[in-house]
Ligand binder design. Structure first.
Ligand code: AP5
Ligand code: MG
Length: 216
């Protein structure tokens, strides 16, 4: 039994705001599983199937994957018993349509937003390194012990295919136009909590944990 009252949580924030970095901390504290739509989609990119080619054509240049496809892959998965105690959603929803579909299927308890500027996002994403399992590092802010090797699983680190200057700008522009509308959507439902994502990784985690200790 989960003793926390927050069981279904969404993490919003621009690209590079630290959603996937902080979702682990939140998930661990609330004893709920994190689920990253981006990481799930990237797993389908491997191989040479029609689905992988279709997804690549959206993800690599920084475009959103069409709603029907993402909804099918994510909402269906959330119904799995793995998520019976709740979930910490990172990267979904990204627009009002996705949020409405989610609301029809689940009662969302809380939405956290990590606020950062485009300038900071660009700086962070230009130094990000990831492994195949989605563990995240940074050449300055979160260095792996061995150069280009993941501390957690020993696999090689690489730069994500959508972390190029052009694709980062595209992703940020879509975020500001479409995803940011969700802030108002959840604010009027009294579910939105905003954090200053420009602080260090440790300080952002501390702010979130402080909030959770008082409210979860
Ligand atoms: P996704 O994988 O979700 O990527 P994103 O939205 O672009 O967000 P990021 O993962 O880039 O940023 P993050 O906030 O997780 O930052 P991180 O913690 O890594 O989606 C990828 C693609 O999939 C989308 O573009 C789209 O094509 C598709 N997609 C996914 N969901 C979809 C949906 N619902 N609908 C349609 N399409 C969808 O941190 C970034 C870096 O900064 C790291 O190196 C980290 O170490 C560092 N860092 C983190 N916090 C700090 C800090 N406080 N100070 C300094 N450095 C920090
Ligand atoms: Mg992420």
């Amino acid at each position: 039994m989960n003793k926390h009252k927050l069981q279904r949580v969404i993490l919003l924030g621009p690209q590079g705001s630290g959603k996937s970095t902080q979702s682990i901390i939140i998930g661990r504290y609330l004893k709920i599983r994190e689920i990253s739509s981006g990481q799930i989609l990237r797993q389908y990119l491997r191989g040479n199937s029609d689905l992988s080619r279709e997804l690549k054509a959206y993800i690599t240049p920084g475009l959103l994957v069409p709603d029907d496809l993402v909804i099918r892959l994510i909402v269906h998965r959330l119904k799995n018993k793995l998520y019976k105690n709740g979930f910490m959603l990172d990267g979904f929803p990204r627009n009002i349509h996705q949020a409405k579909v989610l609301d029809k299927n689940f009662k969302i308890d809380m939405v956290f937003n990590l606020q950062i500027s485009n300038q900071e996002a660009l700086k962070r994403l230009s130094g990000r390194l990831v492994c195949k399992h989605g563990h995240i590092w940074h050449v300055k802010h979160k260095k792996p012990k061995k150069k280009n090797i993941c501390d957690k699983c020993g696999l090689p680190l690489y730069v994500r295919a959508d972390d190029t200057g052009v694709a980062i700008r595209k992703r940020l522009s879509i975020y500001r136009k479409k995803t940011e509308k969700l802030l108002k959507y959840y604010k009027v439902q009294n579910k939105l909590v905003v954090f200053d994502g420009e602080k260090s990784i440790k300080k952002v985690s501390q702010d979130i944990l402080k909030y959770l200790k008082q409210n979860a």
